[in-house]
Ligand binder design. Structure first.
Ligand code: HEC
Length: 447
């Protein structure tokens, strides 16, 4: 696995920068071949669709690839899978599908709601295509999956109905046409600050096939917005770790950023909802969690850089907090020239630790990578994060709409951005020491 993303990084990022010619000629070329061989050899010879492949597709693909969902085709039957077989293999080997871009060989790997496929499941798909896509015996098929009712909040099982529901202003999505962005602003109606317990964004049932993603932020008078939530089909929601308070501010508004994707069916008056579960009034949390945007360009905001036609760029930002912190989640952001982003921790003693990397960035998908609480990076006072992003405005970048353009900074997809949303729990020295000690005392697991 390791070789795939190195190969990708070399060809998409470093090579255009002229940095890694030797690696491209040496390790890069063999990497592709050995990765395929690795996946193909790992599975048994007698893979069939019903016994081996269908369970994998049910678990990893059908949430989006069924009638009425956002995937461009259904992957429900043998005929569906056979028609798309080679493309499916290519997409899963490259870890393009399921669409969750987070390197498997860098930094923290224990994530919440992690839809990445196991190497074994990828090997099953590879071996099946390699073997000519045998159908096998329908009696071996697993029972069809049952899907949650899209009209219901899924977190309601755990928390009951939401305490607060925020609805986007109605929007008409045509059957055909270009992607569109809908950015209404609505009132929360909150009259005092409250601590959030959980958040779930839910598209309408009719709009499920067209609401590609929906992000939302709080807006308060005179203050910078804090990200509320981000949504893409298949994502459950967010549960704030115990003992931390994420504030839903008083007298705030929610500003939406919904990406609609016309999908063959007209949807009138569509509304996306956010369900918010609140802790009771007067809830006392030890620490506050914030979800904030951190810039990669010297902390000055998204400005001050241009990418020349057929050129590349690297941006880098360093950030330090005034208390010890725990990093809870990371969501890189950029557009079509962004190809990779990375986060590291720089300890006060000068050592550097890998945290997270996305080396196959796609601007179509926005994911917040949420670290398991047991491994979420802990930073003492004096420790810093280093964030690095690589941009490629050449024709080597397959998402590049036009390599002849100068690319400046801005909101449009044709412009670029360089920042990450990071959820941070702000600790004190005592809380930091307690978490470090708890981890040291935890029994070491075999893996
Ligand atoms: C979260 C929703 C989602 C999941 C889960 C998902 N897909 Fe997709 N898939 C999409 C969307 C949307 C597109 C079209 C846009 C794109 O390519 O990103 C797509 C595109 C594809 C394509 C390319 C179709 C083409 O026109 O070339 C293939 C193949 C594919 N998916 C296979 C899979 C497989 C196999 C899985 C499971 C291993 C999977 N997808 C999981 C949403 C999803």
């Amino acid at each position: 696995m390791k070789l795939i993303s190195i190969e990708r990084l070399v060809s998409r990022v470093l090579a255009p920068l002229g940095l890694a010619l030797i690696a491209t000629l040496g390790a890069g070329v063999t990497a592709d071949v050995s990765a395929q061989a690795q996946f193909a050899n790992a599975a048994a010879d007698d893979v069939t669709f019903y016994a081996d492949v269908l369970p994998v597709i049910q678990q990893n693909c059908q949430v989006c690839h069924q009638q009425g969902a956002i995937g461009p085709m259904a992957l429900m039957t043998y005929q569906d899978a056979r028609r798309w077989g080679r493309r499916i293999r290519a997409m899963v080997e490259a870890r393009e599908m399921p669409p969750y871009h987070y390197d498997v060989d860098y930094g923290v790997q224990d994530l919440k709601y992690d839809p990445r496929m196991s190497d074994d499941d990828i090997a099953t798909i590879s071996a099946w295509v390699e073997a000519g896509m045998p159908e096998g015996n329908a009696a071996d098929a697993p029972p069809p999956m049952t899907w949650p009712d899209p009209a219901e909040y899924r977190l309601a099982n755990e928390f009951g109905p939401p305490d607060l529901i925020i609805r986007s202003t109605p929007y008409d999505v045509p059957a055909e046409g270009q992607d569109r962005w809908w950015q209404p602003i609505v009132e929360t109606g909150l009259t005092e600050d409250r601590c959030i317990r959980a958040i779930e964004t839910k598209p309408s049932v009719a709009g499920r096939a067209v609401a590609h993603h929906a992000n939302s932020s709080f807006r308060v008078e005179g203050g910078q917005g804090a990200r509320l939530s981000e949504y893409a089909l298949g994502k459950l929601g967010e549960i704030i770790p115990d003992g931390a308070c994420r504030i839903a501010p008083a007298n705030s508004q929610v500003s939406w950023d919904i990406h609609y994707w016309p999908n063959g069916v007209e949807v009138l008056d569509d509304q996306v909802e956010i369900g918010i579960w609140l802790h009771p009034e007067g809830y006392e949390a030890d620490y506050r969690q914030t979800l904030t945007l951190y810039y990669l360009q010297g902390g000055v905001g998204d400005r001050g850089y241009d990418i020349p036609p057929h050129g590349t760029l690297m941006t880098r930002g360093i950030h330090q907090w005034d208390t010890p912190v725990r990093l809870d989640s990371w969501q890189p952001h950029g557009h079509t020239r962004l190809v990779a982003m990375r986060m590291e921790v720089l300890r006060e003693d000068g050592s550097v630790e890998p945290v997270s990397m996305v080396s196959n960035w796609s601007a179509l998908w926005h994911h917040s990578h949420i670290y398991d609480e047991d491994v979420a990076p802990l930073l003492d006072l004096g420790d810093k994060i280093i964030m690095t992003a690589w941009y490629d405005n050449t024709e080597n970048n397959r998402y590049n709409p036009d390599p002849d353009q100068w690319v400046g900074t801005g909101d449009r997809t044709a412009d670029e951005m360089s920042h990450a949303w990071i959820a941070v729990t702000h600790l004190d020295e005592e809380g930091y020491e307690r978490l470090v000690t708890e981890r040291e005392q935890r029994p070491v697991s075999d893996d």
